[in-house]
Design a protein around this ligand. Structure first.
Ligand code: ZN
Length: 190
């Protein structure tokens, strides 16, 4: 894990202090990314807490996720089978959960789109977003923002879909989200 130290001025008391920013982290830091504590700094003088957003690379066992905010450049120093880039925290968090649970993110995006199409009538336009939540034994759990509801897909159905995917490896660092997934879905479909 590499980190850099930067000078920071407290927005409240204006004291200058030094904070540590991680440039790359491994899986141990996942809980701190999810609850965003990794992005928080506390002023040693007045205790004011600020949340910073900065780019970093998370290295998992067989994946890496480059969380890119602004134009800060972070070098990819290690290779991984799956390489993703995320430009929003929501996408970054969701990718972490998907890869933590050993799921295919392209297929998850496809399922989200399918869910959205199939339930739209019921909730009308209430749903603002659907995000992967967790894997619960034989169910894949999604959360529908705007409705406060969880949606479930059988793991068995997911596996059936996955068996229709070619086992191709995309070696590039790609952004897979609801706007871009279809391109990769087409490539992977048998
Ligand atoms: Zn302060």
């Amino acid at each position: 894990m590499s980190l850099i130290k930067v000078d920071f001025v407290c927005p409240k008391c204006h004291k200058k202090y030094r904070i540590k920013l991680f440039k790359e982290v491994n899986q141990d830091k996942i809980p701190e990314i999810i609850d965003r504590s990794l992005f928080k700094a506390k002023c040693s003088e007045c205790g004011e807490e600020v949340t910073l957003d900065y780019s970093l690379v998370l290295y998992g066992e067989d994946y890496l996720i480059y969380y890119k905010v602004n134009d800060e450049k972070v070098d990819i120093k290690e290779e991984r089978k799956i390489k993703r880039i995320c430009t929003s925290f929501k996408d970054f968090k969701e990718k972490i959960l998907i890869f933590r649970d050993n799921l295919n993110d392209v297929l998850i995006e496809f399922i989200k789109e399918t869910l959205l199409r199939s339930i739209k009538e019921d909730f009308k336009d209430e749903i603002t977003d659907i995000r992967y939540n967790s894997l619960d034994k034989n169910k894949i759990v999604f959360y529908a923002f705007g409705t406060n509801k969880y949606l479930f897909v059988n793991k068995e159905d997911y596996d059936k879909y996955l068996s229709n995917f070619k086992n191709i490896e995309i070696s590039d660092l790609i952004e897979v989200n609801k706007d871009t997934y279809f391109k990769y879905y087409e490539m992977m479909k048998k």
